[in-house]
Write a protein that binds this ligand. Sequence first.
Ligand code: SF4
Ligand code: SF4
Length: 219
Amino acid sequence: MVSIVKKIKSFILPMRVTGKYMVKKPFTVMYPREKAVVKKRWRGLHELAFNKCVGCGLCRMACPNKCIDYIYPEGLDPRDKKNLKFRRPAIDWGHCIFCGLCVEACPTKAWYHTPRYKIYATSDSRLDLIRTPYELAVEEDKRKTYEDELSKIRDLMQTDLLEAAVGGEWEEIIKKLREKWRDLWYMKLDGKLDEKTWDEKAREIEKLVLDIIKQASLP
Ligand code: SF4
Ligand code: SF4
């Protein structure tokens, strides 16, 4: 008898809970058919007010996951401290935990979270999860051409984000290629390499890096 009562109770109690939720509004949405309406304080994908950034470096220091690094405009020597103010942050959303610490740390309010949450990488490139400052400052979801990819690689060669994005056995190879690329870049900045040679040699390395990234990202 006791066991029958127990069985009935174990059936009715969960049904009561289910019944309560049947009359409540659902918390979930049928994504992607329906879009979730997020709260104001939602920490979505970042955007960068490019001109407000002063290159102070605080966002990188604040990031617990090391997913921010800086890119210098073409032609500026990163070894020269006077150029620090011109660098701008790139971000690796593949490693970001959307904690918001970078946004809080920014003294000029250059970073902010948007309500957007849709992020994906194309099947053959994890690079799509890294955004350069120029991409962060504009609308995302642009169609990329091969040339765009190469120019993104050129920007990211200045950062450590590339190695982290590729990971595993490729990390060391990318690191070495990046060091080679940097040496060339410094040679160009020091006037030891003419523009044309720099462009050819840099492009060779950038293509290699792009190939490795694609291989490394294949399932
Ligand atoms: S939101 Fe992302 S990029 Fe910003 S501090 Fe947190 S982990 Fe780093
Ligand atoms: S985004 Fe803000 S915290 Fe980051 S470098 Fe620019 S000014 Fe500094």
